[in-house]
Design a protein around this ligand. Structure first.
Ligand code: HPA
Length: 245
């Protein structure tokens, strides 16, 4: 079964033939939303809305540990996370879809590990390649079959939010090697790895990051949702071409 985490612009998954839904409890509390089980194009999936179905949970308040725990408990074979980002690299303009291959964590004050108890041996987790290469390849293959153009690879900078960045912060992220910026990539990505889940991200560029593009004085927030709505049509097309491998 493929698990899909919907982000901003995808609180619901149209095209999902819903079979049933389940409220789950985990040792870390409740996930952001009930889990929806169904099929897309005959493929069995489970869908979780990261910000809740009413889009009420801000990025820093998402219960990432409960979310990933629930997907692991359901024995999801693959997790595909949908995330909206601001584009930093010149070709990452609004409307583009990127499959990131690296991440830098700038978040703080979030519950970022399952290994924080004092009752077990200290556990370190390899994170050299933060996204599952098999998951990435299956998204890229689905995009090819769907006739959707996507950018293969890029560095995702995870910021704390909910505010957007200053222009100087974006300049710093760029100097650090970041190509796009979002608020939910961490700790979601590392928690998936700690659980041994295959996890990869489809990032939809919603806006130029602060100080980039034409409106350098402010990020045009009013256009973000229109851009995302259009992008989600393409994301959905990619999801419809995903096959279990
Ligand atoms: N910054 C951080 N997160 C985002 C942005 C941004 O510009 N756009 C969408 N998510």
């Amino acid at each position: 079964m493929i698990a899909i985490i919907g982000g901003s612009g995808m609180n619901k998954l149209s095209g999902l033939e819903e079979l049933h839904r389940q409220i789950m409890r985990t040792p870390y509390g409740e996930p952001s939303s009930p889990l929806l089980f169904g099929t897309i194009n005959g493929q069995e999936i489970v869908f979780l809305s990261r910000h809740g179905y009413g889009h009420t949970i801000p990025p820093h308040a998402v219960n990432y540990r409960a979310n990933m725990w629930a997907l692991n408990a359901l024995q999801a074979d693959r997790v595909i996370a949908i995330a909206s980002v601001g584009g930093i690299r010149a070709d990452m303009i609004p409307g583009k879809i990127v499959i990131p291959d690296q991440i830098i964590d700038y978040t703080y004050d979030r519950k970022f590990t399952y290994f924080d108890g004092t009752d077990k041996a200290v556990t370190h987790t390899d994170f050299t390649q933060p996204y599952c290469p098999i998951g990435r390849a299956s998204i890229l293959r689905a995009a090819r079959h769907a006739g959707e153009s996507v950018i293969d690879g890029g560095v995702y900078a995870a910021t704390q939010g909910p505010r957007l960045e200053t222009e100087a912060e974006i300049n710093r992220l760029e100097r650090d090697g970041a190509d796009m910026v979002g608020m939910t990539g961490m700790p979601e990505t590392i928690l998936a790895r700690e659980l041994g889940l295959s996890y990869a991200t489809i990032a939809a560029v919603a806006n130029h990051a602060a100080g980039r593009g034409e409106s350098t004085q402010a990020v045009p927030l009013e256009t973000v949702y229109t851009v995302l709505e259009e992008s989600m049509v393409h994301v959905r097309n990619i999801l419809e071409h995903l096959v279990q491998d």
